[in-house]
Design a protein around this ligand. Structure first.
Ligand code: AMP
Ligand code: GLY
Length: 420
Protein backbone atom coordinates (compact mmCIF):
# COMPACT_ATOMS: atom_id res chain seq x y z
CA UNK A 1 0.00 0.00 0.00
CA UNK A 2 1.31 3.47 -0.95
CA UNK A 3 0.45 5.97 1.74
CA UNK A 4 0.48 9.76 1.86
CA UNK A 5 0.25 11.59 5.20
CA UNK A 6 -0.56 15.30 5.12
CA UNK A 7 1.09 17.44 7.80
CA UNK A 8 4.50 18.14 9.23
CA UNK A 9 4.34 18.19 13.01
CA UNK A 10 4.95 15.79 15.86
CA UNK A 11 1.49 14.35 15.31
CA UNK A 12 2.37 13.38 11.75
CA UNK A 13 5.80 12.06 12.77
CA UNK A 14 4.09 9.71 15.23
CA UNK A 15 1.48 8.67 12.64
CA UNK A 16 4.26 7.95 10.14
CA UNK A 17 6.23 6.01 12.77
CA UNK A 18 3.22 3.80 13.58
CA UNK A 19 2.03 3.32 9.98
CA UNK A 20 5.55 2.30 8.86
CA UNK A 21 5.57 -0.61 11.28
CA UNK A 22 2.66 -2.23 9.50
CA UNK A 23 3.88 -4.71 6.87
CA UNK A 24 1.10 -3.48 4.53
CA UNK A 25 2.93 -0.17 4.14
CA UNK A 26 5.04 -0.35 0.95
CA UNK A 27 5.76 3.34 0.41
CA UNK A 28 5.24 6.27 2.76
CA UNK A 29 5.36 9.96 1.81
CA UNK A 30 4.68 12.78 4.27
CA UNK A 31 3.92 16.28 3.01
CA UNK A 32 5.49 18.58 4.01
CA UNK A 33 7.07 16.49 6.81
CA UNK A 34 10.09 17.66 8.84
CA UNK A 35 13.69 16.64 9.55
CA UNK A 36 12.68 13.80 11.89
CA UNK A 37 10.10 12.40 9.48
CA UNK A 38 12.72 12.53 6.71
CA UNK A 39 14.71 9.93 8.66
CA UNK A 40 11.92 7.34 8.26
CA UNK A 41 9.91 8.38 5.17
CA UNK A 42 10.05 10.50 2.03
CA UNK A 43 9.09 14.14 2.55
CA UNK A 44 7.50 16.21 -0.21
CA UNK A 45 6.93 19.96 -0.39
CA UNK A 46 3.24 20.41 -1.14
CA UNK A 47 0.53 22.96 -0.32
CA UNK A 48 -1.68 20.59 1.67
CA UNK A 49 -4.65 22.98 1.68
CA UNK A 50 -4.70 22.99 -2.15
CA UNK A 51 -6.86 20.03 -3.23
CA UNK A 52 -5.72 20.12 -6.86
CA UNK A 53 -2.05 20.02 -5.83
CA UNK A 54 -2.66 17.15 -3.40
CA UNK A 55 -4.68 15.13 -5.93
CA UNK A 56 -2.12 15.69 -8.70
CA UNK A 57 0.67 14.56 -6.38
CA UNK A 58 -1.29 11.50 -5.18
CA UNK A 59 -1.91 10.47 -8.78
CA UNK A 60 1.76 10.85 -9.72
CA UNK A 61 2.86 8.77 -6.73
CA UNK A 62 0.16 6.08 -7.20
CA UNK A 63 -1.09 6.68 -3.64
CA UNK A 64 -3.64 4.16 -2.28
CA UNK A 65 -4.47 5.84 1.01
CA UNK A 66 -4.27 9.45 2.22
CA UNK A 67 -4.21 10.25 5.94
CA UNK A 68 -4.94 13.88 6.86
CA UNK A 69 -3.28 15.09 10.09
CA UNK A 70 -4.19 18.76 10.76
CA UNK A 71 -7.51 20.63 10.75
CA UNK A 72 -6.71 23.22 8.05
CA UNK A 73 -6.96 20.84 5.05
CA UNK A 74 -10.14 19.36 6.55
CA UNK A 75 -11.73 22.79 6.86
CA UNK A 76 -10.61 23.50 3.27
CA UNK A 77 -12.48 20.41 2.00
CA UNK A 78 -9.38 18.49 0.87
CA UNK A 79 -10.86 15.20 2.14
CA UNK A 80 -14.04 15.70 0.05
CA UNK A 81 -12.02 16.46 -3.06
CA UNK A 82 -9.70 13.48 -2.54
CA UNK A 83 -12.66 11.12 -2.10
CA UNK A 84 -14.39 12.58 -5.16
CA UNK A 85 -11.17 11.87 -7.11
CA UNK A 86 -11.35 8.24 -5.99
CA UNK A 87 -8.75 8.22 -3.19
CA UNK A 88 -9.33 6.27 0.00
CA UNK A 89 -9.00 9.03 2.60
CA UNK A 90 -8.82 9.24 6.38
CA UNK A 91 -10.33 12.50 7.60
CA UNK A 92 -13.85 13.92 7.87
CA UNK A 93 -15.63 15.85 5.15
CA UNK A 94 -15.68 19.63 5.37
CA UNK A 95 -19.30 19.45 6.52
CA UNK A 96 -18.49 16.97 9.29
CA UNK A 97 -15.33 18.87 10.32
CA UNK A 98 -17.70 21.67 11.35
CA UNK A 99 -17.65 19.85 14.69
CA UNK A 100 -14.26 21.50 15.15
CA UNK A 101 -14.55 24.50 12.85
CA UNK A 102 -17.69 25.96 14.46
CA UNK A 103 -18.35 25.95 18.18
CA UNK A 104 -21.96 27.06 17.65
CA UNK A 105 -22.51 24.12 15.31
CA UNK A 106 -21.19 21.70 17.94
CA UNK A 107 -23.50 23.13 20.60
CA UNK A 108 -26.44 22.75 18.21
CA UNK A 109 -25.52 19.09 17.59
CA UNK A 110 -25.21 18.49 21.35
CA UNK A 111 -28.65 20.04 21.88
CA UNK A 112 -30.20 17.83 19.21
CA UNK A 113 -28.41 14.74 20.57
CA UNK A 114 -29.16 15.63 24.18
CA UNK A 115 -25.45 15.30 24.99
CA UNK A 116 -24.29 16.77 28.34
CA UNK A 117 -22.32 19.99 27.80
CA UNK A 118 -22.15 23.54 29.19
CA UNK A 119 -25.22 25.78 28.81
CA UNK A 120 -24.60 28.51 26.24
CA UNK A 121 -25.74 31.44 24.14
CA UNK A 122 -24.77 32.15 20.52
CA UNK A 123 -24.34 35.80 19.43
CA UNK A 124 -23.63 37.79 16.30
CA UNK A 125 -23.40 41.22 17.97
CA UNK A 126 -21.57 42.57 21.02
CA UNK A 127 -24.54 44.20 22.75
CA UNK A 128 -26.59 41.03 23.13
CA UNK A 129 -23.49 39.01 24.06
CA UNK A 130 -22.74 41.51 26.83
CA UNK A 131 -26.31 41.50 28.07
CA UNK A 132 -26.13 37.69 28.35
CA UNK A 133 -22.86 37.93 30.32
CA UNK A 134 -24.35 40.54 32.69
CA UNK A 135 -27.32 38.26 33.25
CA UNK A 136 -25.24 35.08 33.89
CA UNK A 137 -22.29 36.59 35.81
CA UNK A 138 -18.70 35.35 36.10
CA UNK A 139 -16.90 32.99 35.85
CA UNK A 140 -17.99 32.52 32.26
CA UNK A 141 -16.34 31.37 29.03
CA UNK A 142 -16.22 33.44 25.83
CA UNK A 143 -15.38 31.63 22.58
CA UNK A 144 -14.82 32.79 19.02
CA UNK A 145 -17.03 30.54 16.88
CA UNK A 146 -14.44 29.63 14.23
CA UNK A 147 -10.92 28.18 14.04
CA UNK A 148 -8.51 30.46 15.90
CA UNK A 149 -5.41 28.25 16.21
CA UNK A 150 -6.39 27.26 19.74
CA UNK A 151 -6.46 30.89 20.90
CA UNK A 152 -10.14 31.78 20.57
CA UNK A 153 -11.24 30.81 24.10
CA UNK A 154 -11.24 33.11 27.11
CA UNK A 155 -12.07 31.53 30.44
CA UNK A 156 -13.07 34.74 32.23
CA UNK A 157 -12.96 34.79 36.00
CA UNK A 158 -14.41 38.33 36.15
CA UNK A 159 -17.18 40.21 34.32
CA UNK A 160 -14.65 42.81 33.09
CA UNK A 161 -12.54 40.11 31.47
CA UNK A 162 -15.58 38.53 29.79
CA UNK A 163 -16.86 41.86 28.48
CA UNK A 164 -13.37 42.74 27.23
CA UNK A 165 -13.16 39.40 25.40
CA UNK A 166 -16.44 40.16 23.63
CA UNK A 167 -15.06 43.52 22.45
CA UNK A 168 -11.82 41.86 21.29
CA UNK A 169 -13.64 39.14 19.35
CA UNK A 170 -16.17 41.39 17.63
CA UNK A 171 -13.33 43.89 17.15
CA UNK A 172 -11.59 41.38 14.89
CA UNK A 173 -8.88 39.97 17.19
CA UNK A 174 -9.47 36.55 15.63
CA UNK A 175 -10.49 37.75 12.18
CA UNK A 176 -13.51 35.99 10.68
CA UNK A 177 -13.38 33.33 13.42
CA UNK A 178 -14.73 35.91 15.87
CA UNK A 179 -17.62 37.22 13.78
CA UNK A 180 -19.85 34.97 15.89
CA UNK A 181 -19.33 34.29 19.55
CA UNK A 182 -20.44 31.47 21.84
CA UNK A 183 -20.72 32.20 25.55
CA UNK A 184 -20.71 29.21 27.84
CA UNK A 185 -21.32 28.33 31.42
CA UNK A 186 -18.00 27.76 33.21
CA UNK A 187 -17.49 24.06 33.92
CA UNK A 188 -15.45 22.95 36.88
CA UNK A 189 -13.70 19.57 37.06
CA UNK A 190 -10.78 17.66 35.56
CA UNK A 191 -10.20 17.67 31.80
CA UNK A 192 -9.29 14.65 29.71
CA UNK A 193 -9.31 13.75 26.03
CA UNK A 194 -11.07 10.77 24.52
CA UNK A 195 -10.24 9.55 20.99
CA UNK A 196 -12.80 7.63 18.99
CA UNK A 197 -12.64 6.39 15.41
CA UNK A 198 -15.95 6.79 13.54
CA UNK A 199 -16.76 5.39 10.11
CA UNK A 200 -19.96 7.39 9.72
CA UNK A 201 -22.00 4.88 11.66
CA UNK A 202 -19.84 2.74 13.95
CA UNK A 203 -17.52 4.00 16.67
CA UNK A 204 -14.35 2.50 18.12
CA UNK A 205 -12.56 4.10 21.10
CA UNK A 206 -8.78 4.01 20.66
CA UNK A 207 -7.51 5.68 23.80
CA UNK A 208 -7.54 8.46 26.33
CA UNK A 209 -4.98 11.14 27.19
CA UNK A 210 -4.40 14.18 29.32
CA UNK A 211 -2.31 17.14 28.30
CA UNK A 212 -0.73 20.19 29.90
CA UNK A 213 -1.78 23.39 28.14
CA UNK A 214 0.04 25.97 30.28
CA UNK A 215 3.62 26.81 29.39
CA UNK A 216 5.11 26.59 32.89
CA UNK A 217 5.64 24.06 35.66
CA UNK A 218 2.70 23.77 38.05
CA UNK A 219 0.32 24.59 35.16
CA UNK A 220 1.22 28.30 35.24
CA UNK A 221 1.69 30.95 32.54
CA UNK A 222 0.03 31.39 29.15
CA UNK A 223 -1.80 28.68 27.22
CA UNK A 224 0.03 26.75 24.50
CA UNK A 225 -0.88 24.05 22.01
CA UNK A 226 0.21 21.56 24.70
CA UNK A 227 3.52 21.09 26.55
CA UNK A 228 3.19 17.36 27.16
CA UNK A 229 0.69 14.53 27.44
CA UNK A 230 0.22 11.06 28.82
CA UNK A 231 -2.00 8.10 28.08
CA UNK A 232 -4.15 6.59 29.49
CA UNK A 233 -5.88 9.37 31.44
CA UNK A 234 -6.56 7.98 34.93
CA UNK A 235 -9.58 10.27 35.38
CA UNK A 236 -11.26 8.66 32.35
CA UNK A 237 -11.96 5.31 33.98
CA UNK A 238 -13.54 2.58 31.86
CA UNK A 239 -16.93 3.40 33.38
CA UNK A 240 -16.67 7.14 32.64
CA UNK A 241 -15.36 6.46 29.12
CA UNK A 242 -18.32 4.14 28.53
CA UNK A 243 -20.69 6.82 29.79
CA UNK A 244 -19.07 9.45 27.52
CA UNK A 245 -19.36 7.07 24.58
CA UNK A 246 -23.03 6.32 25.20
CA UNK A 247 -24.27 9.74 26.30
CA UNK A 248 -22.10 12.07 24.21
CA UNK A 249 -20.25 10.46 21.29
CA UNK A 250 -22.75 7.96 19.92
CA UNK A 251 -25.75 10.34 19.99
CA UNK A 252 -23.71 13.08 18.27
CA UNK A 253 -22.39 10.67 15.61
CA UNK A 254 -25.97 9.49 15.01
CA UNK A 255 -27.16 13.10 14.74
CA UNK A 256 -24.45 13.84 12.14
CA UNK A 257 -25.56 10.82 10.08
CA UNK A 258 -29.19 11.85 10.39
CA UNK A 259 -28.33 15.25 8.94
CA UNK A 260 -26.72 13.66 5.91
CA UNK A 261 -23.20 14.64 7.03
CA UNK A 262 -21.87 11.42 8.58
CA UNK A 263 -18.71 11.81 10.63
CA UNK A 264 -15.82 9.72 9.33
CA UNK A 265 -12.39 10.04 10.93
CA UNK A 266 -11.11 10.43 14.44
CA UNK A 267 -13.29 12.33 16.85
CA UNK A 268 -11.31 13.97 19.64
CA UNK A 269 -13.69 14.67 22.49
CA UNK A 270 -12.43 17.10 25.12
CA UNK A 271 -14.29 16.20 28.31
CA UNK A 272 -14.74 17.82 31.71
CA UNK A 273 -15.24 15.26 34.46
CA UNK A 274 -16.81 16.12 37.75
CA UNK A 275 -18.33 13.86 40.37
CA UNK A 276 -17.88 10.88 38.06
CA UNK A 277 -19.84 12.41 35.18
CA UNK A 278 -18.39 13.60 31.83
CA UNK A 279 -19.55 16.70 29.93
CA UNK A 280 -18.33 17.78 26.51
CA UNK A 281 -16.00 20.80 26.36
CA UNK A 282 -15.32 20.59 22.63
CA UNK A 283 -14.79 18.31 19.68
CA UNK A 284 -11.80 18.31 17.36
CA UNK A 285 -11.94 16.62 13.98
CA UNK A 286 -8.36 15.28 14.10
CA UNK A 287 -5.85 13.74 16.48
CA UNK A 288 -4.53 16.01 19.23
CA UNK A 289 -0.97 17.24 19.07
CA UNK A 290 0.85 16.08 21.25
CA UNK A 291 -1.83 13.58 22.38
CA UNK A 292 -1.45 11.62 19.13
CA UNK A 293 2.19 10.89 19.97
CA UNK A 294 1.31 8.97 23.14
CA UNK A 295 -1.56 7.13 21.45
CA UNK A 296 0.65 6.06 18.52
CA UNK A 297 3.39 4.91 20.88
CA UNK A 298 0.86 2.58 22.54
CA UNK A 299 -0.97 1.39 19.43
CA UNK A 300 1.94 0.88 17.01
CA UNK A 301 1.48 -0.71 13.58
CA UNK A 302 -2.19 -1.74 14.03
CA UNK A 303 -3.02 1.95 13.55
CA UNK A 304 -2.84 1.56 9.78
CA UNK A 305 -5.47 -1.21 9.85
CA UNK A 306 -7.71 0.89 12.11
CA UNK A 307 -7.46 4.05 10.00
CA UNK A 308 -8.09 1.99 6.87
CA UNK A 309 -11.17 0.34 8.44
CA UNK A 310 -12.43 3.83 9.31
CA UNK A 311 -12.07 5.02 5.72
CA UNK A 312 -13.50 1.78 4.28
CA UNK A 313 -16.45 1.94 6.70
CA UNK A 314 -15.72 -1.48 8.21
CA UNK A 315 -15.13 -0.42 11.82
CA UNK A 316 -17.89 -2.76 13.02
CA UNK A 317 -15.46 -5.64 12.41
CA UNK A 318 -12.34 -3.91 13.74
CA UNK A 319 -10.86 -4.22 17.17
CA UNK A 320 -8.02 -2.70 19.13
CA UNK A 321 -5.35 -4.87 20.72
CA UNK A 322 -4.56 -3.14 23.95
CA UNK A 323 -1.37 -3.48 25.91
CA UNK A 324 -1.68 -2.62 29.57
CA UNK A 325 0.95 0.11 29.21
CA UNK A 326 1.47 3.85 29.63
CA UNK A 327 3.08 6.50 27.47
CA UNK A 328 4.28 10.05 28.06
CA UNK A 329 5.51 12.80 25.79
CA UNK A 330 7.48 15.88 26.87
CA UNK A 331 7.41 18.85 24.50
CA UNK A 332 10.66 20.75 24.03
CA UNK A 333 9.95 24.26 22.76
CA UNK A 334 12.01 27.24 21.63
CA UNK A 335 12.68 29.79 24.42
CA UNK A 336 10.02 32.50 24.16
CA UNK A 337 7.21 30.19 22.98
CA UNK A 338 4.21 30.76 22.94
CA UNK A 339 5.43 34.32 22.32
CA UNK A 340 8.19 35.30 19.89
CA UNK A 341 11.13 32.91 19.56
CA UNK A 342 14.29 32.55 17.55
CA UNK A 343 14.48 30.15 14.60
CA UNK A 344 17.43 28.14 13.36
CA UNK A 345 19.06 27.29 16.70
CA UNK A 346 21.04 24.01 16.62
CA UNK A 347 19.97 20.92 18.59
CA UNK A 348 22.63 18.42 19.70
CA UNK A 349 22.54 14.99 21.28
CA UNK A 350 19.66 13.52 19.26
CA UNK A 351 21.90 10.84 17.76
CA UNK A 352 22.76 9.54 21.25
CA UNK A 353 19.11 8.72 22.12
CA UNK A 354 17.68 5.24 22.16
CA UNK A 355 15.21 4.69 19.35
CA UNK A 356 12.99 1.64 19.76
CA UNK A 357 9.40 0.71 20.63
CA UNK A 358 9.89 2.30 24.09
CA UNK A 359 11.76 5.52 23.23
CA UNK A 360 11.21 7.87 20.30
CA UNK A 361 12.11 11.52 19.76
CA UNK A 362 9.32 12.77 17.51
CA UNK A 363 10.12 15.98 15.66
CA UNK A 364 7.55 18.78 15.52
CA UNK A 365 9.39 21.83 14.16
CA UNK A 366 12.83 20.93 12.84
CA UNK A 367 14.79 21.03 9.64
CA UNK A 368 18.22 19.89 8.56
CA UNK A 369 20.92 22.43 7.81
CA UNK A 370 24.37 21.31 6.71
CA UNK A 371 23.94 17.94 8.39
CA UNK A 372 22.72 19.42 11.69
CA UNK A 373 19.18 19.48 13.11
CA UNK A 374 17.92 23.01 13.78
CA UNK A 375 14.72 24.28 15.42
CA UNK A 376 12.24 25.90 13.04
CA UNK A 377 9.07 26.13 15.14
CA UNK A 378 7.71 26.97 18.58
CA UNK A 379 7.11 23.42 19.67
CA UNK A 380 10.14 21.58 18.32
CA UNK A 381 10.55 18.07 19.77
CA UNK A 382 8.16 15.60 21.42
CA UNK A 383 10.26 13.26 23.51
CA UNK A 384 8.08 10.19 23.93
CA UNK A 385 8.40 6.99 25.93
CA UNK A 386 6.36 3.96 26.91
CA UNK A 387 6.52 1.74 29.98
CA UNK A 388 4.61 -0.71 32.16
CA UNK A 389 3.77 2.17 34.46
CA UNK A 390 3.47 5.91 33.96
CA UNK A 391 6.45 6.36 36.31
CA UNK A 392 8.57 4.17 34.02
CA UNK A 393 7.46 6.08 30.91
CA UNK A 394 8.18 9.34 32.75
CA UNK A 395 11.71 8.25 33.68
CA UNK A 396 12.51 7.09 30.15
CA UNK A 397 11.17 10.30 28.61
CA UNK A 398 13.10 12.61 30.95
CA UNK A 399 16.31 10.54 30.58
CA UNK A 400 16.08 11.30 26.87
CA UNK A 401 15.28 14.97 27.47
CA UNK A 402 18.35 15.23 29.71
CA UNK A 403 20.56 13.83 26.93
CA UNK A 404 19.50 16.55 24.48
CA UNK A 405 21.78 19.55 24.17
CA UNK A 406 19.66 22.51 23.09
CA UNK A 407 20.59 25.72 24.98
CA UNK A 408 17.84 27.68 23.19
CA UNK A 409 15.06 25.30 24.18
CA UNK A 410 13.00 24.67 27.32
CA UNK A 411 10.47 22.16 28.59
CA UNK A 412 8.28 21.45 31.58
CA UNK A 413 9.80 19.22 34.23
CA UNK A 414 6.43 18.10 35.68
CA UNK A 415 4.49 16.42 32.86
CA UNK A 416 2.09 13.90 34.39
CA UNK A 417 2.23 15.38 37.92
CA UNK A 418 -1.49 14.92 38.45
CA UNK A 419 -1.32 11.22 37.66
CA UNK A 420 2.04 10.52 39.31
P1 AMP B 1 -11.08 24.86 23.51
O1 AMP B 1 -10.28 25.71 22.56
O2 AMP B 1 -12.54 24.82 23.25
O3 AMP B 1 -10.39 23.55 23.72
O4 AMP B 1 -10.92 25.52 24.93
C1 AMP B 1 -9.66 25.69 25.47
C2 AMP B 1 -9.70 25.38 26.93
O5 AMP B 1 -10.58 26.28 27.60
C3 AMP B 1 -10.25 24.00 27.26
O6 AMP B 1 -9.31 23.02 27.15
C4 AMP B 1 -10.69 24.24 28.70
O7 AMP B 1 -9.57 24.16 29.57
C5 AMP B 1 -11.20 25.64 28.69
N1 AMP B 1 -12.66 25.66 28.53
C6 AMP B 1 -13.36 25.68 27.38
N2 AMP B 1 -14.69 25.70 27.61
C7 AMP B 1 -14.82 25.69 28.95
C8 AMP B 1 -15.96 25.71 29.84
N3 AMP B 1 -17.21 25.79 29.38
N4 AMP B 1 -15.72 25.70 31.17
C9 AMP B 1 -14.45 25.68 31.65
N5 AMP B 1 -13.36 25.65 30.88
C10 AMP B 1 -13.53 25.67 29.55
N1 GLY C 1 -3.19 19.50 22.21
C1 GLY C 1 -4.43 20.08 21.90
C2 GLY C 1 -4.85 19.99 20.49
O1 GLY C 1 -4.28 19.29 19.68
O2 GLY C 1 -5.85 20.62 20.16
Amino acid sequence: MNILILGGGGREHSLAWAVMQNPKCDKLIVAPGNAGIAQIATCAALDIEDSAAVIGFAEEEAIDFVIIGPEAPLAAGVSDDLRAAGFLTFGPSKAAAQLEASKAFTKEICDAANAPTAGYGHFTDAASAKAYIQEKGAPIVVKADGLAAGKGVVVAMTLEEALGAVDDMFGGAFGGAGAEVVIEEFMDGEEASFFILCDGENVLPIGTAQDHKRVGDGDTGPNTGGMGAYSPAPVLSDAIAEQALNEIVKPCVAEMAKRGTPYQGVLYAGLMIKDGAPRLVEYNARFGDPECQVLMMRLGGQVLDLLQATAEETLADAKVNWADDHAMTVVMAAKGYPGAYEKGTPIGGLETLEDDSFNVAFHAGTSEKAGAIVATGGRVLNITARGDTLAEAHKRAYDMVDAIDWPDGFYRRDIGWRAL
